[in-house]
Design a binder for this molecule. Structure first.
Ligand code: TRP
Length: 373
């Protein structure tokens, strides 16, 4: 069973235990969950279900928080194409953190990243994607008073000097070892990680004091922050803390195709897909753990552990009891694959209806979200 996880590719059935070992991150254990719960009152289902499962230095962050030294949140999205459900996972969780801890969020749109890394993408393309993607981020419901968009090419005057300070501390051989770069990579790709480091300390520069930072992201982004954590203390800033999620699988499942990906339109669900499209994609493509015939399914039951519709409900059905019942009913054969797919379709269409309503109003809020130093 082979798999690959880099900031640019996620393929195969990821062994998350092995990955945390390889990356050198910590699993989130019960003690840490209890500690978080002391501040948040309840635990987001992403924490209860280990969808956010790994971290770096969360205890340091909470130590500081308990001393009255509030952190800020930082996450991001490289504009290119449409936003799909997989992208929303870290953002939904970031919103929850923002609400519970009542903290500022810096949201980076590195609009040069995909330009540098993708063969056929122009700055006209990324510019279009930028506005489209910003409306999706606003639709997640972040607090407009406390959320600040940083757009690399628009905030270059603010960010470039800081990126240079980072870049000066990273050798080419470190960049090669961390990201697997070769002599064939362009030099923009090599510099890019310095730009992704900047928001993790920019508020400390702006407010002229050391402020702790927490970065919620999918675990593929960790290599960037591993480097940032090496460099920042040398520049007299705190190392950023990181909290990592697993990936939302594509409709065909991790084994077959890996995480949900925009380049595979049929097996991804986009925020702009209408109800019919959502239904069609699920019915046609969602990998099923059910039996070949209804008769056999009733007799032997299905396997929710490999069933993508069930796995998606683990992400999107917040109610533990409901989820548990679906699990048991599918296992026993009482619930058929078609019925499970209907449950998922309804759940997602309900979520997306609200998202699309907010998305339509997002344009009016955009200016408020863009960071004004
Ligand atoms: N590299 C990310 C992407 O490909 C974008 C990004 C920038 C990001 N800063 C981040 C993601 C911080 C998570 C956290 O979309």
């Amino acid at each position: 069973m082979t798999y690959e996880v880099t900031p640019w590719t996620v393929k195969g059935n990821v062994d998350y235990d092995a990955l945390t070992e390889k990356f050198g991150t910590q699993k989130i254990d019960e003690n840490l969950l209890e500690r978080i719960k002391k501040h948040t009152g309840d635990l987001h289902h992403f924490l209860r279900r280990k969808i956010f499962f790994s971290h770096r230095d969360l205890n340091f962050l909470l130590d500081e928080y308990e001393k009255g030294n509030k952190f800020f949140l930082y996450t991001g999205r490289a504009p290119s194409g449409k936003v799909h459900l997989g992208h929303l996972i870290p953002w939904m969780f970031t919103k929850w953190l923002q609400d519970k801890f009542d903290v500022e969020l810096f949201f980076q749109f590195p609009d040069e990243e995909k330009f540098l890394f993708k063969e056929n993408l122009s700055f006209e393309d990324t510019e279009k994607a930028l506005y489209d993607n910003m409306t999706d981020v606003i639709a997640v419901g972040f607090n407009p008073e406390k959320t600040h968009f940083l757009i690399d090419t628009k905030h270059a005057n603010l960010m470039y000097k800081e990126a240079c300070k980072v870049a000066k501390k990273i050798t080419l051989s470190t960049a090669k070892a961390t990201f697997g770069f070769t002599d064939e990579n362009n030099i923009g790709e090599i510099f890019y990680t310095a730009m992704q480091a900047v928001p993790s300390f920019l508020p400390s520069v702006i407010y002229n004091k050391k402020i702790p930072c927490l970065i919620p992201c999918a675990i593929d982004q960790d290599p960037h922050f591993r480097l940032a954590r090496d460099v920042l203390p040398k520049l007299n800033f705190y190392k950023p803390s990181v909290i990592h999620s697993i990936f939302l699988p594509g409709l065909k499942g991790m084994e077959e195709q890996g995480k949900m990906s925009s380049s595979e339109e049929q097996t991804a669900i986009f925020t702009t897909d209408n109800e019919k499209t959502v239904r069609k994609k699920i019915m046609k493509y969602a990998f099923s753990g059910g039996q070949a015939t209804v008769e056999e399914h009733r007799k032997k039951g299905g396997n929710p552990d490999i069933d993508v519709s069930y796995q998606w409900l683990v992400f999107f059905e917040e109610d533990d009891e409901k989820l548990h019942k679906i699990y048991e009913d599918y296992r026993s054969g009482a619930l058929l694959t078609g019925e499970l797919k209907e449950i998922l379709t309804d759940k997602l269409n309900g979520y997306l209806r609200t998202h699309r309503e907010r998305r339509e109003k997002a344009g009016d809020l955009m200016d408020k979200f863009i960071f004004k130093p």
